[in-house]
Design a protein around this ligand. Structure first.
Ligand code: NAI
Length: 306
């Protein structure tokens, strides 16, 4: 099966460098018309420039593709609205949104300022919210949309010095979980990508021989499956260096403690059973968890009355 995007319009945020650039070039090479968004600042978000986005657009055009550049700051909703309007003016629709723009402001929590925490949340979380909000109604109306959130192993599993980044990256998973439910009947599918790639974000944290194996294009291969017509929804794909895996949130079967046992002492006494992963399972939505507990409570009450 050949993965094509002919006739589709994609917005890729933060596409002036690294992973976003790779996603944009691959989408264009496979037939999509692409908005190459980039604010063009430094790795920590300082400054701005249109050069990076324009150079990716030139690269796409030189290869025979179609693209336009847009310098929206994804953290600014009116910039984002303008970007979506430019896409509509040029091509009349938006089928794909890859929320990829990101910055780093790493510090241990002790040393981190509230401003650095907020800025990282603004770009990663609110940037993804803003761009998604700006295309949401039109994707629903056209009964077609594919949205990718860029999460991170730092959010899924934690990483020293990245409380701001980790919180933002897990927040986009929460955004995906609920948007996936709300978009399902309109054929709008949302997925998350947890990449590992050699970019300016990682260039100083890994040795050169490792970086050489972590080409962005290997991550893009997975990203394209998350925004293709046949995409799944509400999946987290981890991709890097040619490895591809699915990250899942499971819940253990747990225990039911009858009313007389609902004490901290009894919870402590059952801790191993609560954490036993033998019968763990994923839950489709939040209500399923309450349902699981309530069914056990009801069964106990029925047995008690009998
Ligand atoms: P990068 O620094 O090469 O690219 C990020 C791009 O986003 C830059 O071109 C930057 O100008 C742009 N950008 C930053 N703030 C923006 C804003 N407010 N509005 C518009 N554009 C903005 O970094 P990389 O590695 O390509 O990162 C892409 C995404 O992947 C990020 O969300 C990052 O957090 C995520 N990621 C990357 C990993 C890696 O191994 N490289 C690991 C896990 C997640």
């Amino acid at each position: 099966m050949s993965i094509r995007f002919d006739g589709q319009v994609a917005i890729v945020t933060g596409a002036g460098n690294g992973l976003g650039r790779s996603h944009a070039i691959a989408l264009a090479a496979r037939g999509a018309k692409v908005v190459v968004n980039d604010l063009g600042g430094a790795r920590d978000g300082a400054g701005s420039s249109s050069a990076a986005a324009k150079s990716v657009v030139e690269e796409i055009k030189a290869a025979g593709g179609e693209a336009i550049a847009h310098g929206a700051n994804v953290a600014n909703y009116s910039d984002v609205e303008d970007m979506v309007q430019q896409a509509l003016n040029a091509w009349g629709r938006v089928d794909i949104l890859i929320n990829n723009a990101g910055i780093l402001r790493d510090k241990s929590f002790t040393k981190m300022s509230i401003d650095d925490f907020k800025l990282v949340m603004d770009v990663h979380l609110m940037g993804s919210v803003n761009c998604t909000k700006a295309v949401w109604d039109l994707m629903k109306e056209q009964q077609y949309g594919r949205i990718v959130m860029t999460t991170s192993s730092s959010g899924l599993y934690g990483n020293f010095g990245q409380t701001n980044y980790g919180a933002a990256k897990m927040a986009v998973v929460g955004l995906m979980n609920t948007l996936g439910l709300e978009g399902a009947k309109y054929n709008v599918r949302i997925n998350a990508l947890a990449p590992t790639a050699a970019t300016r974000m990682t260039e100083d944290i890994m040795p050169e021989e490792i970086l050489a194996m972590l080409v962005p294009e290997a991550v893009t291969a997975g990203a394209l499956i998350l925004c293709h017509e046949g995409a799944p929804s509400r999946h987290i794909l981890c991709a890097g260096g040619g490895g591809y895996a699915s990250s899942k949130i499971f819940e253990t079967e747990g225990v039911y403690l009858e009313p007389a046992q609902q004490t901290p002492e009894a919870v402590a006494a059952h801790w191993d059973e609560i954490c036993n992963t033998d019968k763990q399972s994923p839950l489709d939505n939040g209500a399923k968890q309450s349902e699981k507990f309530l069914l056990k409570a009801q069964a106990f009450l029925a047995q008690d009355k009998a």
